[in-house]
Design a protein around this ligand. Structure first.
Ligand code: HEM
Length: 416
């Protein structure tokens, strides 16, 4: 590691950074774009061009879990073994050739054709959730709407009974302590391990049940990929993929819906413009702007497998790099007025879904859900207001409120 003068402006443990990381990231982008962070013991990369370079670079490994595991003392390794058994088999942490094999086997489940029945189901779930809300009441938007919508959609796609939602949410939150790089939870590994074990057991049952009665859903496609003659998806990979789809399939989209709604409530002029949008294309463009402006994945992590030069710094083999998507998406060298939310902004590639080999597999699903949920919610409750400060989750790679109290306000008659 090459010494770089520490900047006082990135303290990832500061609550104000968790709630609003953008000023500190802007400072880094300007003054130390490839920055060694002592608290993170990692490099932090903030410019659009450099984040692109990191995500694009096949010399950097996405397998951040194996080096972490190997660096632990043996008693900790024993505690973490089941976490590794499943999370170590997540596509997102795999490098080629395993990544290529698993991605080829699993990517077919998110084709446009496969999305068609999902659209109808997402519309129906949205309508049911909105019908269940009491006008003018104060609710936690996360619990009442943003979480159950994508959770039910992905659970239905995976054949998981809906009554398991509270369990799935609980286990998922525990896994998030590990995946989201939570910084201030001392027993996070024990809790994440318990969450992953419980979810793996639940999926084993669902898979057994599906084998008896195959259905027209993505779990049946995944089981077929496992059961093919050459057993191309192993037992652990099958369960790991189910857990990944369940986890990735709702945590992020929940946060997108919540944060987009928060930003619209804080900017009434943008909400008015959003409410006036008429075409699907305009709504999809607005969704992209919400993702750019404040997306659910502020950073992605890579590990150098050999010494590496970036931005005049030498990144040594084995060192970790946070590619700060949140900073890249607000780089003034890439976007005009980057700190303004402009739902009609001309489209330009943002990195909220990553880039390159690991580009988000579920992006079509996330875009579909947000494009259904946001107009439906805000047309139904066009005067919805924040009723308190959001309670932010503590994490470097996942961002979003755990709770967000809102006053729904009256129902818009035409949308009722
Ligand atoms: C707004 C919602 C979402 C955002 C912002 C998001 C973001 C991302 C990002 C940034 C990556 C790249 C990871 C990396 O480069 O290391 C990724 C990968 C992935 N996402 Fe998403 N995601 C979202 C929704 C979803 C959904 C709905 C699913 C559905 C199951 C999903 C499944 C995946 C999977 C399987 C990968 C791994 C792809 C690979 O490694 O080849 N995501 N996502």
């Amino acid at each position: 590691m090459t010494a770089v003068s520490a900047t006082p402006f990135l303290d990832p443990y500061e609550p104000s950074f968790v709630a609003d990381p953008f000023p500190a990231l802007a400072h880094l982008r300007c003054h130390a774009p490839v920055h060694w962070s002592p608290p993170l013991r990692s490099w932090v990369v903030t410019r659009y061009a450099d984040v692109h370079a990191v995500l694009h670079d096949r010399q950097l490994s996405a397998d951040t879990v194996t080096p972490f595991y190997k660096a632990q003392p043996s008693e900790t390794q024993a505690k973490l073994s089941s976490l590794m058994r499943y999370l170590g088999n997540w596509l997102v942490f795999k490098d080629p050739p395993d990544h290529t094999r698993i991605r080829n086997l699993t990517s077919r489940v998110f084709t446009s054709r496969a999305m068609e029945p999902v659209r109808a189901n997402a519309e129906q779930i949205t309508a049911e959730l909105l019908d269940g809300l009491q006008p003018s009441a104060e609710v936690d938007l996360v619990e009442a709407f943003s979480n159950p919508l994508p959770a039910y959609v992905i659970m239905d796609m995976l054949g998981v009974p809906r009554e398991l939602l509270p369990d799935m949410k609980y286990w998922s939150d525990e896994i998030k302590l590990f995946i989201g790089s939570a910084r201030s939870v001392p027993d996070k590994y024990d809790r994440a391990r318990a969450g992953v074990e419980a979810m793996a057991a639940a999926f084993s049952e669902v898979i057994d049940d599906h084998r008896g009665v195959p259905r027209d859903d993505i779990l049946s496609l995944l089981i077929a990929a496992h059961d093919s003659d050459d057993g191309r998806l192993s037992d652990d990979e099958l369960i790991a993929t189910c857990i990944l789809f369940l986890f990735a399939g709702h945590e992020t989209t929940t946060n997108l819906i919540t944060m987009a709604s928060m930003h619209m409530m804080m900017r009434p002029a943008q909400r008015e413009r959003f409410l006036a949008l008429e075409t699907d294309g305009e709504i999809e463009a607005a969704t992209e702007e919400f993702l750019r402006f404040d997306g659910p994945t502020p950073s992605m992590v890579r590990i150098a497998v050999q010494d590496h030069e970036l931005g005049g710094q030498t990144i040594k083999s084995g060192e970790r790099i946070y590619a700060m998507i949140a900073a890249a998406n607000r780089d003034p060298d890439a976007f005009d007025r980057p700190d303004e939310l402009d739902i009609a902004r001309p489209q330009k590639r943002h990195y909220a879904f990553g880039y390159g080999t690991h580009f988000c597999l579920g992006a079509p699903l996330a875009r579909l859900e947000a494009s259904i949920a946001l107009p439906a919610l805000h047309r139904r409750f066009p005067q919805m207001e924040l009723a308190g400060e959001p309670e932010w989750a503590d994490g470097m790679t996942l961002r979003g409120p755990l709770k967000m109290p809102v006053m729904l306000g009256p129902v818009q008659r035409s949308a009722a």
